[in-house]
Design a protein around this ligand. Sequence first.
Ligand code: ATP
Ligand code: MG
Length: 562
Amino acid sequence: MRFSQSLIPTLREAPANAEIPSHVLLLRAGLIRQLGSGLFTWLPLGVNVLQKVERVVREELTKRGAYEILMPFVQPAELWKESERWQVMGPELLRLADRHDNEYCLSPTHEEVVTDLFRNNVSSYRQLPCNLFQINTKFRDEIRPRFGVLRSREFIMKDGYSFHLDEETFDATYQAMYDAYAAILTRLDLDFRAVEADPGLIGDGDSHEFHVLANTGEDALAFSQDGDYAANVERAEAITEELRPDSKKDLTKLATPGVTSIESLVDFLEIDIVSTVKTIIVEGKDSPIALVLRGDHELNELKAARLPNVVQPLRFATEEQVLDAVGCKLGSIGPVGLEIPVYVDRAAGVLADFYCGSNETGFHLSGVNWDRDVSCDNNVDIRRVQEGDPAPDGSGPLSIVRGIEVGHIFQLGTKYSRSMQASVQDANGVNVFPLMGCYGIGITRLAAAIVEQRHDEIGIDWPTEASPATLHVLSLNAERSELVRTTSNQIYSDCMNAGIDVLYDDRPERPGVKFADADLIGIPHRVVVGERALNEGKVEYRYRRGETSLVEPSDIVRRLNA
Ligand code: ATP
Ligand code: MG
């Protein structure tokens, strides 16, 4: 590709409103441009990256027995009503009507359409297992599109779906897709982790997310320092190894004027935060529900939302609801004497002689003890794990790192085959609902995640398999030198003939501009064609940020193919 004729609008400055390195660099290196909120155009270099990433994805999937299809982006509402997701999805699903007033949506995912395809075309166990995928546009009306193409509204996803009659092939395909995702991220030279994911509302099937590690990632991942345990913090179970000590103190009411938070309670009484509990009121199906945590712990909202009678998704009680249910303001709630259901986190349940709110504004309690002063019957896991917590499988303390979720695989079970009546006949002629798995990897998000992990202060550092080109040829002052012109042109055509993709900087720009753009764009192999070296019959070759060496122009193809 010729730089002069392609559209590569590089920028010297970081654009305003780009908050993280991948967004800044994809804009500055001229790979993307924004059209509107969460909507992006991919320019020639960007499209090259997407195509390379897609190639790696396709190769790893097809060699594991998945077959490519292409389903419509616009989908009839009827299918979504059958699965009941038309009601459940909320405003993330963009709905529209055609000229005949038929309702449609823009696809956020394709379970409904693929299940419909399956039920109309597969009727016998002999056709199973079946594993289909596509690479296609998705639309999700994200509440907060951000970080450029990492969380956009329109994006490209590889989504795959498999159908099975038996657990054996179900598990084997799940494992094969797990291996495919690991192989994809390994080929892209990424530091990544596969973690257990929250199963969500669908059930208890296996679910794993693949994360590219980056400090700017939106997810926190917990993994054991000595073992194999790795889970999204949303999912990670918090275990408590301590036992509850005996009580030593009497229950006492303390005046705490103006104290409305755990932090101010700790300061006011000069106590250790670990000896306090906080009480959070959330909406329940019948009445509000109280959740009690140790003062320094954070609530895991997904865990809490799965408790019996708690509303999904979790909703915190308002000031008025709290006043109504408890009789005090938000900062003074405590478990003693509450007449609503109380769930106590495991770590709060092992405290003795602790401090908490008194359900009376301006007062707190000290010397509080479970069982003696307040029941601790509903002892549950509702907190977020923290750095240093024990791993739930006993394999040592947990570390927490941040990651960008690029892939998600999921055992759906019979949720869709059942709700959409996609049955097949088994070997005995009995109609059964097949088990389904789904496997997603965000192509556009993955491209950005690569940049987020692989960049330095001068620009991007593309892994070979995702680079917008293999070789960047810079011809210096070609307009002043016939020799530079013919040599550069020759290298360009030799590489093209050899099937090596080249970004050929043939612009009449100053060398400094070309070098800065080459650093920014970050193609791994670079050849500089300049008059000085050419006088000795050589060009300058460099790999990544390494040393420069002088090579014969005719030797370049051989080196790159080596
Ligand atoms: P997130 O938690 O980040 O919203 P998700 O759980 O909604 O992701 P899935 O439904 O599992 O995502 O979709 C599969 C993949 O699609 C994700 O792993 C991610 O790579 C990609 N993806 C999802 N939402 C977006 C988005 N808004 N922009 C870009 N890629 C996305
Ligand atoms: Mg999402």
